[in-house]
Design a protein around this ligand. Structure first.
Ligand code: SF4
Length: 189
């Protein structure tokens, strides 16, 4: 198995799909390499591409606020994406791009061995949890895949577009907090 540093280097030089041609930076992911909770979004946007960091800008600020509600922060979780290079004009990543990149994420999961995976938005949930996942119907529900507990939240960008979904997300966050207290050994408060 690759080390974290070797995996990061592999990602930074990756040319497995055409997104490498338009990226500014590969967004490898950020956080604790001992985290028990892994958050997965769909892919970098413009600000993330420019900075090389996941979830910056307004959606990133909202994600930080969501995390702080349940005593999480970027130091005690890890945040990654399905694709590590920005799709042009922030379009959804194509299936071929997701398939090309998913091996990097699998390697991150293998290194991290998280107890809980939280998908941010529809694209990540459909790729990671699978089935006929519908974010408006299935957010906040728990699924088990290969011994890992998984759930999905609305993507912070979706919550910026439609603040009426925020109360449901608050409930989902409290559900996540309860699961963390049940399964995780790190101290989060
Ligand atoms: S999106 Fe993933 S597979 Fe495509 S070039 Fe970037 S790192 Fe490689």
């Amino acid at each position: 198995m690759l080390s974290w540093d070797a995996l990061e280097e592999e990602c930074k030089t990756c040319q497995k799909c055409s997104l490498c041609e338009t990226r500014t930076n590969v967004v490898f992911g950020r956080g604790s390499r001992n985290a028990e909770v892994l958050f997965i979004g769909e892919g970098p946007g413009e600000q993330e591409d420019l900075s090389g960091e996941p979830f910056v800008g307004r959606a990133g600020k909202l994600l930080d606020d969501m995390l702080s509600i349940i005593d999480l922060n970027r130091s005690n979780i890890f945040i990654a994406n399905i694709v590590k290079c920005r799709p042009p004009k922030n379009r959804d990543p194509l299936n071929a791009e997701q398939d090309a990149c998913i091996g990097h994420l699998r390697n991150q999961v293998a290194l991290l061995r998280p107890k809980i995976i939280v998908c941010l938005g529809r694209i990540a949930a459909q790729k990671i949890i699978g089935g006929d996942f519908k974010i408006s119907r299935d957010h906040g529900q728990w699924y088990e895949r290969s011994g890992v507990q998984m759930m999905a939240l609305y993507h912070p960008a979706a919550l910026l577009r439609d603040p009426r979904r925020r109360p449901e997300t608050f409930v989902d966050l409290k559900t996540l907090q309860a699961k963390i207290r049940e399964l995780c050994t790190h101290t989060y408060d």
